[in-house]
Ligand binder design. Structure first.
Ligand SMILES: *Cc1c(COP(=O)(O)O)cnc(C)c1O
Length: 396
């Protein structure tokens, strides 16, 4: 997954353009720019690549989720349904607009279980936020049907799955809004950064204003612009955007490389009957950022995880015990350890919703995900495949 593995002269050249003119900010200073508008260029490239009408770059993936929620008019007391397996950014963004995160079970796709989602919809629900974890996607058609039935927003978190597709569409472009992260460990990196994609001109118009203090961006005197509604500062700098431009050009090659490496490893492990693979919904194509397997029991998964490490197979994750990606370790959320007071609605909502999720536990306790790296040599990948097989077979 990590785009930083391919950081090279192409990124340096784009950054040099910005260093040469010295305009590090995306707005204003037109005479000094020598024609370089890196954030704008990245937005155009991204919209084209994601086959959406609009793209808005922002300072992080978390910012992208926050801006997307704000654009969809989600605010105080509204409920947003999110999965138990994700990154903490999901509930951070929801809380930051004053809404209530409603955790929901996952299924064997390791993303939102549509049946569990349907059971959680209330009068207060405003959006469903599937998170396409580890390179594969939620059952988007089923989720869209629920959204259409109840008039909800479908907000895709595609931060870990850029380059995958569903029903022939790039992940992120299927819902009303889609979000990407360009942080340092993602498939495309700017160092820090993120983006929102949408076909809605209303959401696009709100997002450029909201992410820049509510600026209307009319005319060429920033100080004289008006502020039609409240906003924040989630701008991406020109330096970061410059890196993203070069990285995005490498996306197709990156995905092809991930697919090649993933396939070699998967073919090797497929010879072990006890190992099964995560389900990819019909019409879905992974980004191949991770290879994710199920072991028959929690005990065997724990042993396999240890054994992989002992056999020199690095970058394999047992998410069930992870501090950042699974609800069990989010005691700061569960115990509401907030620096300032949370609203009464959030306090009550969290108390009601945060329980144990047996179905999620049943899948996650048996899951191991291995990161697919880009720079493995043929020898390294073959060695890795053989080490994985040995490591797993040794505990079965
Ligand atoms: C990385 C990530 C984010 C947040 O991105 P940042 O750019 O680090 O803020 C959100 N959701 C998921 C699933 C992620 O993996």
């Amino acid at each position: 997954m990590p785009g930083f593995e391919l950081f090279g002269d192409e990124e340096k050249k784009e950054v040099q353009d910005v260093l040469d003119n010295g305009v590090l900010m995306r707005y204003g200073f037109d005479p000094m720019r020598n024609g370089h508008y890196k954030a704008l260029e990245l937005e155009k490239d991204l919209a084209k690549k994601m086959q959406t009408k609009h793209a808005q770059v922002v300072s992080s993936g978390t910012a992208a989720l926050t801006v997307a929620l704000a654009c969809a008019e989600i605010g105080s007391g509204d409920e947003v349904i999110m999965p138990t397996f994700t990154f903490v950014a999901s509930f951070e963004a929801i809380l930051s607009v004053g809404a209530v995160p409603v955790l929901c079970d996952i299924d064997d796709t390791l993303t939102l279980d549509p049946k569990a989602v349907a059971n959680l919809v209330t009068e207060k629900t405003k959006a469903i936020m599937p998170v396409h974890m580890c390179g594969s996607m939620a059952d988007l058609k089923a989720l869209k049907d629920i959204c259409e039935k109840h008039n909800l927003i479908l907000l895709e978190d595609a931060c870990q799955a850029i380059g995958g597709t569903y029903d022939g569409k790039p992940l992120g472009s299927y819902g009303d809004l889609g979000c990407f992260s360009f942080d340092f460990v993602k498939t495309i990196t700017c160092g820090e950064g993120g983006a929102i994609v949408t076909d809605s001109s209303l959401f696009a118009d709100r997002s450029h204003k909201y992410h820049d203090h509510g600026h209307d961006h009319v005319g060429n005197d920033r100080g004289a612009e008006t502020h039609p509604f409240l906003g924040y500062n989630y701008r991406l700098s020109e330096l970061h955007a410059a890196v993203g431009i070069a990285q995005l050009r490498k996306l197709d090659d990156t995905i092809a490389l991930q697919k090649k490496h993933y396939t070699i490893l998967r073919d090797a492990i497929s010879t072990i009957p006890e190992v099964t693979f995560r389900r990819v919904p019909d019409t879905g194509v992974e980004s191949y950022a991770f290879l994710t397997i199920f072991l028959p029991t929690e005990d065997l998964a724990r042993k396999t995880h240890k054994s992989l490490g002992a056999h020199g197979v690095d970058a394999c994750f047992y998410w069930y015990d992870n501090n950042w990606h699974y609800y069990k370790k989010w005691e700061h959320l569960i115990e509401q350890k907030s620096l300032g007071k949370l609203s009464d609605e959030i306090q009550a909502g969290l108390k009601k919703n945060l329980k144990s999720f047996d179905s999620s536990d049943a899948w996650m306790s048996r899951t191991i995900s291995c990161l697919i790296k880009l720079k493995w040599t043929e020898e390294e990948i073959n060695q890795r495949a053989s080490n994985m097989v040995t490591a797993i077979q040794s505990i079965l």
